[in-house]
Design a protein around this ligand. Structure first.
Ligand SMILES: Cc1ncc(COP(=O)(O)O)c(C=O)c1O
Length: 386
């Protein structure tokens, strides 16, 4: 084990954690210093929202700390049931099912829908949890190049499998790109495949009410399932899948990550109900989030940094080498910005980066400061600044 850790160290791939003190806000306290936080998925700034905190406290006081059991053995309580109905209505789906986390949901759903002899078609940049779900299912997985619908079409046309499932993130977590969902859905219909869309980074962020990219594109009725997380833009913890009633019913019976795991704590569920209400009503949060992301990218590009066009509020600043990304992050840290380096295997070899995510509760000043710090850090570490 020691040797393995040493090897990771030698390749600048050994990971460690920083301890955050206090709440997850637009600034976070690390090592006694307040830093502008560009490292979270707390897009709408809800993680420390007072309304959610009070809702969670009152659920704790009324019904206690835990659900006490898996959902089928009595852990499915009134708030869980109400939250599932609210999610279904928000997304315009027939039914929804709660999971412990997005990771649980993806692993549970993929392995429940397909098995040996079936085929899965998966974008190369899909999240690790979808990849793990594919592995666990023991179906044959065909990986197409990122967003390459022509390759996907060739694969689907050649498939003789009894069941076909296309799995894709709607917003890719490390690149901020969006999947060509309309094309994917068209192809899937033509080739009789189901589509599972992971909306982890689209929930709360896309759509007039924050219901996600599938909703924004009006594709809700044409995808078999949408997975969304409660722990990113919605500021809490947990996840859901939504789709047709019989699909959800099948998952309730078959998804092992659902059946064999304790239901979410009632306080977490109560907070999620409040978060969804806020996400639906307060579109100004989404507008601020997008405005900050646009300004952040524009400021970096104006300084000569290489940043791809904005498709979501995730702004990738690719350094290439892991050592460069670490040095860049470390200089930003010293200058007051929390923008951790993301390295392989989270991203492909040679594409280590800072993954920058503003939040709705940042001020304009936070964003300007972050731009100045990141540009200076890039220049000083041989980044791609002109
Ligand atoms: C695209 C994507 N899917 C799924 C997940 C897993 O969600 P959770 O953090 O709720 O387990 C993540 C989280 O990092 C993600 O980025």
């Amino acid at each position: 084990m020691d040797e393995e850790l040493r090897q990771l160290e030698a390749r600048a791939l050994r990971r460690s954690r920083r301890v955050v003190r206090g709440a997850q806000g637009p600034e976070v306290e690390i090592d006694g210093r307040m830093l502008v936080c560009l490292g979270s998925n707390n897009y709408l700034g809800l993680a420390a929202d007072e309304r959610m905190i009070l809702g969670a406290i009152s659920a704790l006081a009324e019904v206690g700390a835990g659900a006490g059991a898996s959902p089928l053995l009595g852990g499915h309580m009134e708030d869980h049931d109400a939250l599932e109905r609210e999610i279904a209505s928000w997304l315009g789906a027939e039914a929804a099912l709660l999971f412990g986390s997005g990771w649980h949901a993806n692993v549970g759903v993929v392995s429940a829908l397909v098995g040996p002899g079936d085929e899965i078609f998966s974008d190369r940049l899909n999240h690790a949890s979808l990849i793990d779900g594919c592995r666990l299912s023991r179906a044959t997985t065909r990986v197409y190049a990122h967003r390459d619908v022509d390759e996907l079409e060739r694969m689907l046309a050649a498939s003789k499998a009894r069941r076909r499932l296309v799995v894709t993130d709607s917003v890719f977590s490390m690149d901020g790109t969006c999947a060509p969902l309309e094309r994917i859905v068209d192809l899937a219909e033509r080739h009789e495949a189901w589509v599972l869309v992971d909306e982890a980074h689209a929930t709360g962020v896309f759509g007039a009410t924050g219901a996600g990219l599938v909703d924004e594109l009006g594709l809700g009725d044409r995808v078999a399932l949408r997975m969304g997380t409660l722990g990113k833009a919605l500021g809490g913890y947990g996840a859901f899948v939504a789709g047709a009633r019989e699909t959800v019913e099948l998952l309730l019976n078959r998804a092992r990550a659902y059946v064999f795991s304790t239901a979410l704590p009632p306080s977490v569920v109560a907070a999620a109900r409040i978060a969804i209400g806020i996400a639906r009503r307060e579109s100004s949060r989404r507008e601020r989030l997008w405005r900050h992301a646009r300004r952040l990218r524009a400021g970096l590009v104006a300084a000569g940094l290489d940043v791809p066009p904005l498709e979501s509020p995730i702004v990738p600043l690719v350094a290439g080498d892991s050592r460069d990304a670490l040095a860049w992050a470390s200089r930003a840290f010293d200058a007051g910005v929390w923008a951790p380096a993301v390295r392989p295997p989270t991203v492909p070899e040679g594409t280590a980066r800072l993954r920058l995510t503003p939040m709705a509760t940042h001020s304009d000043l936070h964003v300007e400061r972050a731009i100045d710090v990141l540009v200076a850090a890039a220049g000083a570490t041989g980044g791609k600044a002109a």
